[in-house]
Structure formats: structure tokens, C-alpha cells
Design a protein around this ligand. Structure first.
Ligand code: NAI
Length: 698
């Protein structure tokens, strides 16, 4: 029997929370579409509902449940950049704990952040088998601010709480129960199951307040280890440090005092630049999915995928598709190359099992989804083919023509080219509208970024299909138009070139790398060059040498390295020297001599660079190239560029990407730096109108 509780307060009637009665149990239903985000209205409604449950004698217990597709999936992230409105979440949670009747959180969909803190303040938690819980605040530059750091360790211990909160990961039902975060998994109807659970607690009048619970005993070494691992994985960011501090305080401070300290740290962190940068990236990801001109376009169903080229990229791409459940056919030019590719696939899956990314059974299933072949004809029934052969227009054109002849009409033809002109490839086929670029990053099975290249003739249907597939293989798709190097490689090339200019003017490779790593890049440009290999770019330069404008500023140091067979890590030497077994390169006096000789040959006087100048110059070069890319329409919006650099090129996430970073710097300083760059970079350097771009970034 369901009856709406009476009398409803005026506030409750207006709010996003409903109360229903099921005999002696009340159901408090949060109804704030689309994801029941914890807004002010939700908090007001919850307070009223809890007071009513407390006041009504006939009610013995309550169930807290979300309407629609989820529990409270999180707080309204937009609120974090502003003063928070009353009533704030901790007040609501205190009311739940103070309520004399047990409250059971019934979780479907997701209970994340403030949503999970709400569940933690309840007396018990039950969830559906496919629901997830988690505290992702650290990934947004904050820490949980409503008891998450205090209640979690009381359930799972300090070490496990450090891992859960510092990783911000989503936890599935089975693990949540085995850890003790959640009391039971409900098979079948959630509400029915939760009501039964609440009825049992209500009958026993059992309150189970975590604020009153003791922490489980644990070995101090386990805590130390969890702390070390979290700091390493979180690169020592301030929110990670604060989260660990807050969680550990649960063991030594009274609950109320630790809670107050947690709140204070949360309030400080949420207003920080880092949190603003991470929120920017969060919203940028949502925006990236909205692409102009796709209204009404319907994506095709893709089930069979072909991949041509089983090299570094082709095998990684095959894994992406197989992991997502697609049937994959991998094509090579001869049996030997195919054998090597299949071997590489197997080794990669074996590594995944070893590192715990996949269990052995799943790895086998995925591997079995990939069939190797040297016959293009075996792609006849493919819905989508991704080409990942050598980066050579003639080779790719030939492959595209062969595929065009074999594939059924309407099948999609994609290229993983890094630089080549997709429109020329498309024009070589009779299906230009079905051609699209899918530019994966290496290692393809690991990197989340995917540049989806929209050719001049690519149809809305093809693009919509590519985006739908990207989502299924769990990539972050950013749409780019055709242009040398698309978004990321073009900006990165300009940046690297500028770093080489600084070598000629007085800097050394290790100094440039150190300055950019200090800024927060995962690796400096010269260390990256050594890791990826210097030979491919060298061959391209040799090929293009004749057509180069002789007035252009051209740095020859990398050519000298390659002439000596110094191709980077794989040959034991490049910009650095790599003694056997060394993962980091050592400074090499021979390279220093080459660098100095290069300055001398051009008559450039060497001068000292400090880290700040190196950083400014490298970053302003990126911003200039980004502005050109926007002017030319290669990227649709500035935030897309930030996503590409952060997710594909090691730009520090906590700075929010180059354009977000620029928006927070002195405009005049950036403009002056650009003038300087234009002056020293010589003919061929294109200066963009960064002033108006900076204006939009503010
Ligand atoms: P790779 O040299 O490791 O692999 C290319 C494979 O294609 C070789 O196994 C080769 O035997 C095969 N192949 C060549 N011609 C073929 C044909 N006609 N039919 C069938 N197979 C053929 O090269 P990698 O690094 O995998 O690059 C492939 C493509 O991916 C290139 O376009 C490259 O620009 C692009 N790319 C590479 C990235 C990287 O970091 N290596 C990153 C992003 C894109």
C-alpha cells in the first residue's frame, strides 16, 4: 500500500524529493533528472523528508532511493566554483545520523562523490549488481567534503580508504560488498529488496552510525604502503596529500573534529586553480561529444571490424576493438609479418594478465576475437576497416583502393595516419563519404585519446558512426579537420621545433627537458624523441629537404645525431646516452659538443636560459599554433585542444591544458613573448591573433 505522507510541507512539495509510505517504512525518493545531482533543492528536500520520518511515530525505518536511472550520481560540479548555498551536505548527513530510525540507501546506477557520502551517512547500503560506488573528488582536485574520508576508513580500514579515495575509482557491487563498503547486493527489484532490508533494521530499531564506529585494526605497514603508492600514482598533488592526511586523522582524532578539518581542506581545495583546471577538463570532455552538423545523423551498427597492418599501432587498435567485444580480422602483407603481429598480440595480453588488468579467461576470450589473415578478401563482410600500414601516401593509397574494391557499399574506411592528407586518400576511393580518420595514440590499447578526422567529404552518418564506435571502445574522441598533423601532432611539432631553437641559442637538451618536466609534462621533448625514435622524422626530413624554403630557420642537430646512428633509446643513444638497462638517459658530452657546434656554425651567440623562460617560450609556441588551428577550423573549440594535449601529449592535467593555462596568465606577458618568438623564429613562422583567443579564455 503506497500513500503519500501528509501533511507535506510547502518546501517538500517544491523540492526534488518525494516521500512515499509502504506500511511502516518510508521511501524517500530523490527525483532530480537527469542524474539526481545533489543540488540545493535536493538537500532541502532531504532535510524535510528526514525530519518527517523522525517525527512520524508510525514509521519505523526509511529507504533512500533515486528516481530514474540512478541514485545520486554526484554533486552539481558547477556549484564547486562558487560559494556553496545552504543547507550544505554535511547538515543533511548529520540529520540522517541524528534521525532515531534506521535509513537504508538503495543504490542503482551510480552513487558517486556527495552521492556516496549520502549513502555512507545511512545505517546500511544495498545496491544492484550492476551499480557502482566511488569517491572521485580527488580526480577533480578536491577531497570528499562530507565525511567520505572519515566514514570510509571506518568500513574498510585506513589503507583501503587511501586507495579508494586517492584513485577516485568506481567500484562495482561485488567488490563493494567484499570490501564492506556496501552491506548487500539486491537481485531483482531494488526497492522491494531495500524495503525488506529496512523493515528488518526497523523491527530491531537498529541505528548503525558510522560516526560512532571504531576503525578496524590493521598493520601500520599496510597503511604506509598504501600512502606511498597513492602519492606515487597521484604524483604528490595537493589533493592527494590532503586526502591521505584526512583519512589518517580518522584514526587519531574524535569524529567531529576530524570532520571539521576535512571540510576545511575541502573548502580550500575546491577554490584552487587546480580544481578549476580539472573541472574545465571534465566539462570539456562533455562538450567534445557534441559535434556541429550531426543533428539527426544515425550511426551505423558495427559488428565486424578489419584492421590492416599488424605493427605497433595495428595490434594495439585490434586489442581496443576486441576488448570491447568486436570481432576483428587483422591483415598483414605476408605470413611472416602476420606471425609477428599475432605474437605481439599474445604478448600484450599476457602482460595484461600479469599486471592484473585482465583475468586470464577474459584475455583468452578477447584474443580469440582476433583472427589473422593475409587475404584482403577476408574483409569482404567487414562494417569498418581501420588502416594502420606504413606512413606513406603511395602505400596507403594502394591499400585504400584495394579495400574500396572489396568492401560492401556503405562499409566505413578509416585511416590511422598521423600526418597524411585524408582527403587525398578518400579521393582515391569511390566512397569518399564513407572515409574518416581514426588517429589513435601509442600504445593504442592504453591511451584514451582518439582524434576523429572529418574529411571534406566525410558524411554526417560516417562521423556519427565513428563517434559511436569511439565511445564503445571507450576512447575520448576529439573531432579534427584535415591538416598536416591534425591537432595534436601539429602543435607538438611546433613546440618541439621551438625547443630546438633554444638549443641553438644556448640551452641544452637536459635543461629544456628538466624545465618542462618541472612545469608538469610527463617527459620533456628530447626524452620523448629518444623514446619514440628519431629515425622516422629524419627520413621524412630527408625526403622533404629539396622542397624546404632555404630561408626557413632549420636546426640540424637532430640530423647530425641520426647520421651517427643515434636513433634514441633503441640504439642506446640519441639526445641522451642509455647505458644497458637504463630507463632514463644520461647527459652526453658528445651531444653538448654537437649543440655548441650548431650554434657556432650559424654564428648564434650562446646565452643562459632559465626554466621560466624555457617554459614560457615552449608554451606560448603551443598557444600560437593552437590559435592558428582554431582560425583554420581544424579544431572546433579551444577546449578540444586542451583535451588533446592533456590526454595525448603529457601536458599536465592540473594546468587544464595550454589554452586554459593561457587564460590565467598576464595577457601582456604572453603577447610580448609571442613577439619575441616571432622575431627569433625567422621566416616561415606564422603569428596568430592570440589576443582575441586569450580574451575568450577569460
Ligand atoms: P609499423 O611499421 O609498426 O606497422 C605497419 C605495419 O603495416 C607493418 O607490420 C607492415 O608489415 C604492415 N603493412 C605495410 N604495408 C601493408 C600492406 N600493403 N598490407 C598489409 N599490411 C601492410 O607502423 P606503426 O607505428 O604501427 O604505424 C602505422 C600507422 O599508424 C602509420 O600511419 C603511423 O603514422 C600511424 N601512427 C603511428 C603512431 C606511433 O606512435 N607509432 C601513433 C599514431 C599513428
Amino acid at each position: 500500500m503506497v500513500a503519500v505522507l501528509n501533511p507535506l510541507s510547502e518546501a517538500l512539495a517544491r523540492s526534488r524529493v518525494r516521500l512515499e509510505r509502504h506500511g511502516e517504512i518510508a521511501a524517500i525518493i530523490i527525483d532530480n533528472p537527469p542524474v539526481n545531482a545533489g543540488s540545493r533543492e535536493v538537500r532541502c528536500g532531504l532535510l524535510d523528508a528526514i525530519y518527517m520520518v523522525a517525527a512520524e511515530d508510525a514509521i519505523k525505518a526509511a529507504v533512500l532511493i533515486g528516481a530514474g536511472s540512478t541514485f545520486v550520481a554526484g554533486s552539481d560540479i558547477r556549484e564547486f566554483g562558487k560559494p556553496l548555498e545552504e543547507p550544505q551536505l554535511p547538515l543533511v548527513l548529520a540529520a540522517i545520523e541524528a534521525c532515531p530510525k534506521p535509513v537504508v540507501a538503495a543504490i542503482h546506477g551510480a552513487a558517486l562523490g556527495g552521492g556516496f557520502e549520502l549513502a555512507l551517512a545511512c545505517d546500511a547500503r544495498v545496491m544492484l549488481p550492476d551499480a557502482v560506488v566511488g569517491l572521485p573528488e580527488v580526480t577533480l582536485g578536491m577531497i570528499p567534503g562530507a565525511g567520505g574520508t572519515q566514514r570510509t576508513p571506518r568500513l574498510v580500514g585506513v589503507a583501503a580508504a587511501i586507495e579508494i579515495i586517492c584513485s577516485g575509482r568506481r567500484i562495482k557491487a561485488a567488490e563493494a560488498v567484499s570490501l564492506g563498503l556496501v552491506d548487500a547486493v539486491i537481485e531483482g527489484d531494488l526497492r522491494t529488496g531495500a524495503l525488506a532490508y529496512a523493515r528488518a533494521l526497523g523491527a530491531a530499531s537498529r541505528k548503525r552510525r558510522l560516526s560512532e564506529a571504531a576503525l578496524p585494526p590493521e598493520e601500520p605497514e599496510r597503511i604506509d604502503q598504501a600512502e606511498r603508492e597513492a602519492l606515487r600514482a597521484g604524483r604528490g598533488r595537493p589533493q592527494v596529500v590532503k586526502a591521505i592526511e584526512a583519512i589518517k586523522s580518522a584514526a587519531v582524532l574524535p569524529f567531529a573534529e576530524a570532520l571539521a578539518r576535512e571540510r576545511e581542506a575541502f573548502q580550500q581545495l575546491r577554490m584552487s586553480d587546480e580544481a578549476a583546471a580539472l573541472r574545465h577538463l571534465f566539462f570539456a570532455e562533455r562538450e567534445a561529444a557534441k559535434v556541429a552538423g550531426l543533428e539527426g545523423a544515425v550511426a551505423a551498427d558495427i559488428t565486424r571490424v578489419g584492421i590492416v597492418g599488424a605493427g605497433t599501432m595495428g595490434t594495439g587498435i585490434a586489442i581496443c576493438f576486441a576488448d570491447a567485444g568486436y570481432m576483428v580480422t587483422l591483415i598483414e602483407q605476408d605470413a611472416q609479418a602476420l606471425q609477428r603481429g599475432m605474437q605481439r598480440l599474445q604478448e600484450t595480453y599476457e602482460r595484461s594478465v600479469k599486471t592484473g588488468r585482465l583475468d586470464a579467461g577474459l584475455a583468452r576470450t578477447c584474443l580469440e576475437r582476433i583472427a589473422g589473415s593475409i587475404e584482403f578478401a577476408s574483409l569482404a563482410d567487414a562494417d569498418l576497416v581501420v588502416e594502420a600500414v606504413f606512413e606513406d601516401l603511395a602505400v596507403k593509397t594502394e591499400v585504400f583502393q584495394r579495400l574500396d574494391a572489396i568492401l560492401r557499399p556503405g562499409a566505413i574506411l578509416a585511416s590511422n595516419t598521423s600526418y597524411l592528407d585524408l582527403d587525398r586518400l578518400a579521393a582515391a576511393t569511390g566512397r569518399a563519404a564513407d572515409v574518416v580518420g581514426l588517429h589513435f595514440f601509442s600504445p593504442a590499447q592504453v591511451m584514451r585519446l582518439l582524434e576523429v578526422v572529418r574529411g571534406a567529404a566525410t558524411s554526417a552518418h560516417t562521423l556519427a558512426t565513428a563517434l559511436a564506435v569511439a565511445k564503445k571502445i571507450r576512447k575520448l574522441a576529439v573531432v579534427a579537420r584535415v591538416g598536416e598533423g591534425f591537432i595534436g601532432n601539429r602543435i607538438y611539432a611546433a613546440y618541439r621545433r621551438q625547443c630546438e631553437f633554444m638549443l641553438e641559442e644556448g640551452a641544452y637538451p637536459e635543461q629544456v627537458d628538466a624545465a618542462l618536466e618541472q612545469f608538469g609534462f610527463a617527459m620533456g621533448p628530447f626524452a620523448v624523441g629518444d623514446m619514440s625514435g628519431l629515425d622516422i622524422a629524419w627520413r621524412t626530413r630527408l625526403r622533404l629537404a629539396a622542397s624546404r624554403d632555404p630561408r626557413e630557420r632549420y636546426v640540424e642537430i637532430a640530423d647530425r645525431l641520426c647520421e651517427q646512428g643515434r636513433f634514441g633509446q633503441k640504439t642506446g643513444a640519441g639526445w641522451y646516452r642509455y647505458p644497458p638497462g637504463a630507463r632514463r638517459g644520461e647527459t652526453d658530452p658528445e651531444v653538448r659538443a654537437l649543440v655548441e657546434a650548431a650554434s657556432q656554425a650559424k654564428g648564434i651567440p650562446r646565452r643562459a636560459f632559465d626554466a621560466a623562460e624555457i617554459q614560457r617560450r615552449a608554451l606560448v609556441t603551443m598557444i600560437n599554433e593552437a590559435a592558428l588551428i582554431l582560425q583554420e577550423g581544424i579544431a572546433e573549440r579551444a577546449a578540444d585542444i586542451d583535451l588533446v594535449l592533456v590526454n595525448g601529449y603529457g601536458f599536465p592535467r592540473h594546468e587544464g591544458g595550454p589554452l586554459f593555462w593561457a587564460g590565467r596568465r598576464s595577457r601582456n606577458e604572453l603577447l610580448a613573448e609571442l613577439d619575441h618568438i616571432a622575431e627569433v623564429s625567422g621566416p616561415g613562422f606564422r603569428k596568430a591573433d592570440i589576443a582575441s583567443l586569450l580574451e575568450q579564455q577569460r
